[in-house]
Design a protein around this ligand. Structure first.
Ligand SMILES: Cc1cc2nc3c(=O)[nH]c(=O)nc-3n(C[C@H](O)[C@H](O)[C@H](O)COP(=O)(O)OP(=O)(O)OC[C@H]3O[C@@H](n4cnc5c(N)ncnc54)[C@H](O)[C@@H]3O)c2cc1C
Length: 366
């Protein structure tokens, strides 16, 4: 089978770039090993900001801030077009200091927020939110980031998938890419367990598996799996309406009374199983913050494999040798957030359009 552009991987990165390229007039096929939108992207919490954004390099800020400009319109368009609501919502985020560590964790916060026109207020939560009963916070002081938004990742994926199909894109599931046929400095076709697929251009968007798929053509890319486990609680609506963060632990409230608690960062290679140990730790931390979040209200526990990368900087680039091969992967902890901007700049590369900012930091290392 032949398409203008063959995308390998139907996660948030593959689906958003397909969505964008279809709008630019391309003919797109996605090859997906399992069901699309069921790996890391499905497992994610959907917070649309790096947890402590001042701790990250400018190349991460650039992508996350640009995505945040695109997300309100993208999610609204998807909702109108497909009838599936990705539940984009500005819920704000309260950031609590880690005991004995306040100065270290918040160093650079004020400067970063001022430099990026990002609203932030130092508050005592009982003054600003007297009804919010959070037991786990240390001395009641917190940073309040009112503009932080969230999406419900599984619904965003369903909406994207539907939109890609409605726009004429083809999503070919249960088709695993196994290898490459090259001819001089071009890809001729990909080898799958369902036969060969060919196109004018190829995009690898296979998340944590991207390096393995590229095999010897990966050159020096450093993308590796990082397991993250998450818990899901169901409580009455209105118990919590803001994202709460302390250190690496967060609670994300959905509108209908679900609360997510996450997440672990584990090096377990490609093992995606959940563990009793992490479940216990997350449960204890959730319970400490909001005592009603106990075993009784726990309704889910899952894990996903993030496409880890040094400093969370993804590679969004043409291959240094093969002219028609591209990669968008390594979004690590923030792939849901960075997906729209990554799709925007990758489709500009494929279509030879100009870029909104310097994309050199995302180049394929050789
Ligand atoms: C617990 C957890 C919490 C997270 N929270 C957030 C958050 O709050 N905010 C945020 O922005 N990000 C978050 N993330 C990170 C985010 O989910 C990832 O960065 C993002 O999903 C990566 O998307 P992807 O499309 O690259 O990978 P994936 O979603 O993993 O998609 C890759 C796809 O490639 C397919 N594939 C693999 N090999 C092959 C092959 N050989 N042939 C064909 N197809 C193949 C896979 O089946 C998969 O569908 C979180 C992640 C986890 C695990």
């Amino acid at each position: 089978m032949s398409a203008d552009i063959v995308i390998i991987g139907g996660g948030i990165i593959g689906l958003t770039v397909a969505h964008k390229l279809l709008r630019l007039g391309a003919k797109v096929s996605i090859l997906e090993r399992g069901y699309s939108g069921r790996e890391a992207s499905w497992a994610g919490g959907g917070i649309l900001l790096p947890l402590l954004p001042w701790d990250y390099p400018n190349s991460v800020t650039q992508l996350t801030q640009f995505s945040n400009q695109l997300l309100p319109e993208l999610t609204e368009t998807l909702k109108q077009e497909t009838g599936i609501d990705p539940e984009y919502r500005v819920s704000g985020m309260l950031v609590f200091p880690v005991i004995g560590d306040q100065e270290v964790r918040f160093v650079g916060a004020k400067e970063w927020c001022a430099g990026n026109a990002f609203p932030m207020k130092e508050i005592y939560i009982n003054e600003i939110f007297p009804k919010l009963k959070l037991v786990g916070c240390t001395d009641n002081s917190a940073l309040w980031l009112p503009s932080v938004a969230q999406v419900r990742s599984p619904r965003l994926l369903q909406a994207l998938k539907r939109s890609v199909e409605l726009s004429g894109g083809s999503i070919i599931e249960h088709t695993e890419v196994k290898g490459w046929r090259m001819s001089q400095n071009r890809v001729k076709s990909v080898i799958t367990d369902q036969g060969d697929y060919s196109g004018a251009n190829y995009i690898v968007a296979a998340g944590a598996w991207s390096r393995e798929i590229l095999d010897k053509y990966a050159l020096k890319i450093d993308i590796y799996p990082v397991r993250g486990q998450m818990l899901l609680f169901k409580v009455k609506t209105g118990l919590l309406d803001k994202i709460v963060l302390q250190g690496d632990f967060y609670l994300i409230p959905r509108k209908d009374g679900y609360i997510l608690a996450g997440s672990s960062m584990e090096n377990t290679k490609f093992d995606k199983s959940v563990t009793a140990d992490v479940r216990k730790k997350l449960l204890e931390r959730a319970h400490k913050f909001i005592p009603v979040l106990s075993e009784k209200t726990l309704v889910g526990h899952w894990a996903g494999l993030r496409p880890g990368s040094p400093e969370n900087i993804p590679i969004i680039s043409r291959h240094p040798i093969f002219d028609n091969l591209y990669l968008s992967s390594g979004h690590h902890r923030y792939g849901v957030t960075m997906a729209p901007s990554s799709a925007h700049i990758l489709s500009n590369m494929v279509m030879n359009n100009s870029q909104p900012f310097d994309v050199a930091p995302y180049q394929w290392p050789t």
